[in-house]
Design a protein around this ligand. Structure first.
Ligand SMILES: N[C@H](CCC[C@H](N)C(=O)O)C(=O)O
Length: 277
């Protein structure tokens, strides 16, 4: 199986071109094996670039623990880069099918290759039953959540996949590694949840760290950054356009008047290889 290692703001996945490659039947096991940073290729998960009847390609995304997610913001930018740079499509505006519908992506070129991508991530999902969370409110905004002996105020948003956002005074490992896993598996989130921690710099600038469902701390999370931008507006903290600093890079976000969230960020190809050797 040929693969390509790519990252978006340091959120790295093993990508497989399923137009050409056939996969083993146990894809969750494959995702676990390739993601292993000591005994595998090393990544936050596995992303399949598949043929689609409604777009230029279809993305399927598996976390490092083998669980499948509906959506991946950094991943869908890299899928667009792969599809354009490898000649699967020639258009700079691409349609990619995801678990959150068919998204429209605008590729920004440097020479003949894609350098960054602007994605219309669609409308945020703000009903608690659809996020899904058992917390009250559509959506829950600054809702009380008891975690690890603390009473947090959390805001929940789905971008096709579920996110739980906590605005903190100062980011720390205690938040991300101590509280993150407890939020991920909290009984209020029947499908588990991605946990974002946000430090506010100004109404138009935030710093984010994330504990991802199924992958642990990653250097960036595109859907999480979008969800956090929406949460900041809902909580009355930030403006509709924000710059988000993540450990692996920056993402630009805008919750537009049309209710759609736009995300712009980098997409990078690192190397190609064959698995197993
Ligand atoms: N890093 C990804 C999100 C992965 C979400 C995944 N951990 C889930 O289970 O939903 C992103 O850029 O949007």
């Amino acid at each position: 199986m040929k693969f390509t290692k790519m990252h978006g703001a340091g959120n790295d996945y093993v990508y497989v071109n399923c137009f050409d490659e056939s996969l083993p039947t146990d894809i969750p096991a494959l995702a676990q094996q390739v993601s292993d940073r000591h005994k595998g290729i090393g990544s936050d998960g596995l992303i399949l670039i598949c043929p689609s009847e409604v777009g230029h390609a279809r993305m399927r995304m598996f976390n490092a623990d083998g669980s499948e997610s509906e959506m991946c913001g950094n991943g869908v930018r890299c899928v667009a880069k792969y599809v354009y740079d490898h000649g699967i499509a020639k258009e700079e505006e691409l349609k990619i099918e995801t678990g959150n519908g068919v998204l429209t992506l605008q590729c920004n070129l440097s020479g003949t290759k894609v350098e960054s991508v602007r994605v219309n991530m669609g409308k945020p999902i703000l009903t608690s039953a659809d996020i899904p969370t058992l917390l009250p409110g559509d959506p829950p905004v600054k809702a009380p959540l008891n975690v690890g002996g603390k009473r947090l105020e959390v805001t929940c948003v789905s971008m096709g996949n579920p996110h739980c956002i906590t605005f903190v005074g100062e980011l720390s490992d205690a938040w991300v590694h101590g509280i993150g896993p407890l939020i991920e598996s909290h009984e209020m989130f029947p499908n588990r949840v991605n946990a974002e921690f946000i430090q506010i710099v100004s109404p138009s600038e935030i710093i984010m760290r994330v504990w991802e469902r199924g992958s642990g701390e990653t250097q960036a999370c595109g859907t999480g950054a979008c969800a956090s931008a929406v949460a900041g507006v809902l909580a009355g903290i930030t403006e509709r356009k924000v710059l988000c600093h993540l450990p692996g890079g920056d993402l630009e976000l805008e919750w537009s008047d049309s209710d759609e969230v736009f995300m712009t960020g980098p997409a990078v190809e690192v190397f190609e290889g064959v698995w197993p050797e």
